[in-house]
Design a protein around this ligand. Structure first.
Ligand code: FNR
Ligand code: 8K6
Length: 350
């Protein structure tokens, strides 16, 4: 029984979704050399227009946010025009699409942006990540530069500009990527935030950058078109620290006051338990945040539908199964079998 997934859902007075199934943001590294979305990407997203809402693959807000090859951007006019083709195609199919706004922070690599003249990798503190860019072993991660107050103000302005560019490109809204160990998340965890100023040490300070970005974006394009993804449980590019709990205990009620379109959890498997959160990421967020919540992480339509029926979250995001099944929504509705996802599928946009 998955009937509840096929109910319409009003995010607010502006945006109503045709069903409760979201396509999770999925980086595919298929933009062209200028980081412009291609026609093949427009076709790929259009095939998934039956989702209640598509969240685009993460889109970098400026060149030094790039940490993987061929990830699309939203800072040049060619990129905005390229995204317009994508959003038109999705809208023609009756769907809706938000752009996920991304800066990878210390997971960026100058290999991707040195042609712009900059070689600094930016992060809250000069604390690097171990290892190298996936599938590019020669590119070891660099120790980042701790951002100055001037850098922070510019980053906030660039998130806001990218959000405005997203609306110009025809997106229905944006999801700020505050999850999975990238820039916003780096401020929210003690592993990566060692700052001694008003952006570090206390929960209020560590949440400051994320809230500045949220407020700037919401002011620019409207809170009803602004969403955020967060990972209270550190699990990717990040070591966990039980002091992080207090940061999210502060941040989440603050977000609730902002009346965002939704809050989305960033996790690969929501069965994971975090000691310092007292259980799963979704159970923790539900206990401190009372507005629209998107659950995700190794759910099937059945287990996701049952989690919604039990009020664990309101909307279900589906990632890997959507890569394997462009017609995921129809298949579930009609009770058809799904194609199983495998990593080799990442080589092509189907
Ligand atoms: C992801 N995920 C992800 N998350 C995000 O916030 N922005 C992104 O760009 C990406 N990119 C991405 C690429 C690939 C290939 C995978 C497999 C995952 C995480 C994704 O949105 C989702 O949270 C997880 O895949 C868990 O959901 P499923 O796949 O179990 O339904
Ligand atoms: C060139 C690769 C582009 C990668 C984009 C970022 C998202 C990567 C997702 C890949 C899956 C990794 C899963 C790691 C989860 C750890 C859980 C403990």
């Amino acid at each position: 029984m998955t009937d509840n997934l096929f109910q319409t859902f009003a995010l607010n007075e502006t945006i109503t979704l045709q069903n409760r199934i979201l396509m999770a943001p999925l980086t595919r590294c298929m933009a062209d050399e200028e980081l412009v979305p291609t026609q093949a990407m427009a076709d790929y997203y259009a095939r998934r227009a039956e989702a209640g809402l598509i969240i685009s693959e993460a889109v970098i807000i400026r060149p030094d946010g790039q940490g993987y090859p061929n990830t699309p951007g939203l800072f040049s006019s060619a990129q905005i025009d390229g995204w317009r083709v994508v959003t038109d195609a999705v809208h023609q199919g009756g769907g809706k699409i938000f752009a996920q706004l991304w800066h990878t922070g210390r997971v960026a690599h100058p290999h991707f942006f040195k042609k712009t003249g900059s070689t600094d990798v930016l992060a809250p503190s000069a604390v690097g990540v171990e290892g190298s860019v996936p599938r590019m072993r020669e590119l070891s991660y660099q120790v980042p530069k701790a951002v100055t107050h001037e850098d922070i103000a510019q980053l906030v302005a660039d998130y806001s500009q990218a959000a405005s560019n997203a609306i110009d490109a025809g997106f229905d809204g944006v999801e700020i990527h505050g999850a999975n160990g990238y820039l916003l998340d780096q401020f929210l965890h003690h592993d990566s935030n060692h700052r001694q100023d008003e952006y570090g040490q206390t929960p209020e300070n560590m949440a400051r950058f994320a809230l500045e970005v949220v407020d700037a974006v919401a002011q620019r394009i409207g809170n009803e078109r602004t969403a955020l993804r967060v990972s209270p449980g550190a699990y990717f590019n990040m070591a966990s620290d039980e002091r992080d709990r207090a940061v999210f205990d502060y941040l989440l009620p603050q977000l609730e006051l902002r009346n965002l379109a939704f809050l989305h959890i960033g996790i690969f498997d929501d069965a994971m338990k975090f000691d310092y959160l007292g259980g799963s990421a979704s159970a923790y967020v539900r206990s401190v945040y009372n507005k629209t919540l998107v659950g995700v992480g190794s759910y099937s339509a059945e287990s996701g539908s049952s989690a919604i029926a039990q009020d664990k979250f309101d909307l279900l995001a589906i990632g890997r199964p959507f890569i394997a099944n462009p017609d995921y929504v129809s298949r579930v509705r009609e009770g058809k079998e799904l194609v199983e996802y495998s990593d080799e599928m990442l080589a092509n946009l189907v």
